[in-house]
Design a protein around this ligand. Structure first.
Ligand SMILES: [Mn+2]
Length: 312
């Protein structure tokens, strides 16, 4: 297929109906049941499942596109979470998360919507395992949450297509293992813990002792310089100085590197670019925000005029 450009699409989270609208708006047409564009391909940034009300539809659209070669996809933390909690020990069959546990709450809508289709769900779990953790092209890169070159370069040397397998997944369930660091960093990014055991209450009502941080501040001085999440830090933490040890745990994606596309961060409002070489495409579609795409044609400086979206 001739590919003139790529349409990168943010976290769908079960918004299958919005996804259809977005694809149609961008000129994709359903041919033999597969959304296809005459000259472009889509790239999904992960987190297709959980939370939304049309999860099966979202998965069907994306898997048929990937199978037909009209789209690519990378793994999100929600697919990684589902694999971790549902793929049976020894790689055979699959299990349900513990009733009433946190995993079950995260996966509630997915489990409910697949309640009568366990074999279909099992086939999607197999498919999640085929999703690469990241994609690297000559002119751009893709990851669900973060590109940490020091972790990903050795990983890509061993796994040139970015893919993992059951052995990698099993190793990644051990906290602190190299596999865990790669999977966690790439699909969840970096976080910092609030000092002195303090917690913030986020918009979804949860109490959190950590906050999500970004990876493009040149020389960050305070928590406020690196926080990246819809919940603002309480004012007393905005100016809280970063300790050296915290600064060392952050990642920095240089402004000279090729453009990078991520999702994951529940942005809000009109899509905008944090830097000329990084675009976040998660604009909280499943919370009444926007399902956002960026129409990339190989430019080295990204252009906010290339965002395109449908509102929930
Ligand atoms: Mn995510």
């Amino acid at each position: 297929m001739n590919t003139d450009g790529f349409d990168l699409i943010g976290d769908v989270h079960g918004c299958g109906d919005l996804l259809e609208s977005l694809l149609e708006q961008m000129g994709y047409q359903r041919r033999n049941g597969v959304y296809t564009h005459a000259s472009r391909r889509a790239i999904f940034l992960g987190d297709l499942i959980d939370r939304g009300s049309h999860i099966q539809k979202a998965l069907e659209i994306v898997r048929t596109m990937v199978d037909a070669g009209t789209a690519l996809v990378v793994m999100g933390n929600h697919e990684a979470h589902a694999l971790k909690h549902c793929l049976g020990q020894g790689g055979r069959g699959f299990t349900m998360p513990r009733a009433g546990g946190r995993s079950e709450r995260v996966m509630l809508e997915t489990l409910q919507q697949f309640e009568r289709a366990p074999r279909l769900w099992a086939s999607y779990l197999e498919w999640f395992l085929e999703m690469p953790l990241c994609l690297e092209f000559e002119r751009f890169r893709v990851a669900h949450a973060c590109w940490d070159e020091t972790l990903l370069r050795p990983f890509l040397n061993d796994h040139p297509d970015g893919g993992i397998d059951r052995h990698f997944l099993a190793a990644a369930s051990v906290q602190g293992s190299p596999e865990h660091r790669i999977l966690d960093r790439t699909t969840r990014g970096t976080q910092l813990r609030l000092p002195n055991g303090q917690v913030i209450r986020s918009m979804d009502g949860a109490h959190r002792s950590v906050f999500r941080t970004h990876f493009w501040a040149r020389s960050p001085q305070s928590y406020g310089d690196v926080v990246f999440q819809p919940d603002p830090l309480p004012p007393e933490f905005e100016d809280h100085p970063l300790r050296d040890e915290e600064r060392r745990r952050l990642v920095h994606y240089e402004s000279s590197q090729r453009p990078l596309f991520v999702g994951h961060y529940w942005c809000e409002g009109i899509p905008s670019l944090p830097t000329a070489n990084i675009a976040c495409l998660d604009y909280s579609a499943v919370r009444g925000g926007r399902l956002v795409a960026y129409r990339f044609d190989g430019e080295s400086a990204l252009d906010a005029g290339r965002f395109c979206w449908v509102s929930a």
